[in-house]
Ligand binder design. Structure first.
Ligand SMILES: Nc1ncnc2c1ncn2[C@@H]1O[C@H](COP(=O)(O)OP(=O)(O)O)[C@@H](O)[C@H]1O
Ligand SMILES: O=c1ccn([C@H]2C[C@H](O)[C@@H](COP(=O)(O)O)O2)c(=O)[nH]1
Length: 210
């Protein structure tokens, strides 16, 4: 079973994965953010936040590669939980850069052709998408508390745009293909309540049906 954990920036995806990583026979793959912050000494994540028009394609090309690398790793356990996916990289983050006028049309066209080629030619299995549904305000507070250097420039409006794209994709089914059933978990709650909800949904998640 392959399960993707999707949600806005700082919605609690890593915390959720940490919780499930304590279960035996589950492989947890967190997002390769450390690679996005350091590829051969360069920091495409930081560059993108400083100048999205110049560096958006650079970051998203690298995100696409590193996500694909995760997707094609052979399974070592019966269940794999993975933070985000090559789909959200394209349908949420690249889309947001393009729609907000920060990614030039030619960059978006090239990235899109790469993406379409990948999903047509390489199997990317998924059984369930768990969507941690938060308000942008909650994410804004958690983001400030986490205090990742590159993300200090993120305004609330950025999180609102990402939120709207996620809702259109996974809740309203208005934008793009959804490659698996979606389990929505309300995620504005405190940690104790979140862990309780994860426990309540454990079977649904690990059996990968909803
Ligand atoms: N339910 C929660 N209530 C309050 N803070 C939380 C909660 N879940 C996570 N956090 C904190 O919010 C920040 C972002 O959480 P994280 O799991 O890293 O999110 P993500 O992986 O989605 O970006 C971290 O500092 C984390 O400790
Ligand atoms: O395709 C992508 C995926 C992620 N990002 C950014 C958004 C955040 O700043 C980090 C990932 O952090 P999370 O806390 O795991 O949400 O990377 C992006 O720009 N493009």
């Amino acid at each position: 079973k392959q399960i993707w954990i999707e949600g806005n920036i700082a919605s609690g995806k890593t915390t959720c994965l940490e919780y499930f990583s304590k279960t035996s026979d589950i492989e947890v793959l967190t997002e390769p953010v450390s690679k996005w912050r350091n590829v051969q000494g360069c920091n495409p994540l930081g560059l993108m936040y400083q100048d999205p028009s110049r560096w958006g394609l650079t970051l998203q090309t690298y995100v696409q590669l590193t996500m694909l690398d995760r997707h094609v790793l052979p399974m070592s356990t019966p269940v794999r939980m993975m933070e985000r996916s090559i789909y959200s990289a394209k349908y949420i983050f690249a889309e947001n850069l393009y729609k907000s006028g920060k990614m030039p049309e030619v960059d978006f066209a090239v990235l899109s052709e790469w993406f379409e080629w990948i999903i047509k030619n390489i199997a990317i299995p998924v059984d369930l998408i768990v969507y941690l549904q938060t308000s942008p305000q909650t994410c804004y507070e958690r983001l400030k508390q986490r205090c990742r250097e590159e993300e200090k420039v993120i305004p609330l409006e950025y999180l609102e745009s990402i939120h709207n794209l996620y809702e259109d994709w996974l809740i309203h089914h208005k934008s793009f293909e959804v490659p698996a059933p979606v389990l929505v978990i309300p995620a504005d709650h405190d940690l104790k309540k979140m862990l309780h909800q994860y426990e309540e949904n454990r079977e649904k998640i690990l059996m990968a049906h909803c």
